[in-house]
Design a protein around this ligand. Structure first.
Ligand SMILES: [Zn+2]
Length: 193
């Protein structure tokens, strides 16, 4: 009995020391997390609550590979003199000449040379009839996917994860980048500074 209790106490002490070590390590890691500033140009009047939900969803995708996103809008960008790392333009396919000529990526497309991605909200809204998910959550996934294209070499797609060519509309599971993609994204972000 005595021996067992001693062993238990020693075990607990080691466990405490170990978890304290983890806490210290993770708080250091949080401070060092790379941050990208993403400006969202909401040209189609997505409601603030819906946009916030979509941004949170996209943030979760990037948080899983240790990247933080600071979201700003056009006004903040100008008033606070913040130069965004990337810009996401929310617009509709029917007014986008460029989108009409591209059938490969019907929900959005990316222009890495100008660090800008376009998300076609009318096409995402049209998925409403076929998905059990909400449109803002799908919008978040498309934003994360197109941001992925701005941070990965072409073609940037993978069989699994957020960079799958087709949008996952059935499951709420938060898909993120594959391990090789995560390494690429992180090294690209570190090179941005
Ligand atoms: Zn894609």
């Amino acid at each position: 009995m005595v021996i067992r209790r001693t062993a238990g106490a020693a075990g607990a002490a080691i466990l405490l020391a170990f978890s304290a070590g983890i806490q210290a390590a993770s708080s250091t890691a949080t401070a060092d997390l790379p941050v990208i500033v993403v400006r969202v140009d909401n040209l189609v009047g997505v409601l603030p609550g819906d946009l916030q939900f979509a941004e949170q969803r996209a943030s979760e995708v990037f948080a899983q590979i240790g990247v933080q996103i600071r979201w700003i809008d056009v006004e903040e960008s100008f008033s606070q003199h913040v130069l965004p790392s990337f810009t996401v333009v929310l617009e509709n396919a029917e007014v986008t000449r460029e989108a009409r000529s591209r059938s490969v990526e019907p929900l959005g497309f990316a222009r890495p040379s100008v660090r800008r991605a376009y998300v076609l909200c009318d096409r995402i809204a049209a998925l409403k009839v076929t998905t059990p998910r909400t449109i803002p959550s799908l919008l978040g996934d498309v934003i994360a996917h197109e941001l992925g294209h701005l941070l990965l070499p072409l073609p940037g797609h993978s069989a699994d994860g957020i960079m799958r060519p087709g949008l996952e509309t059935k499951s709420w599971y938060v898909n993120t980048f594959t391990k090789p993609q995560a390494r690429e994204v992180l090294s690209r972000i570190r090179a941005l500074d």
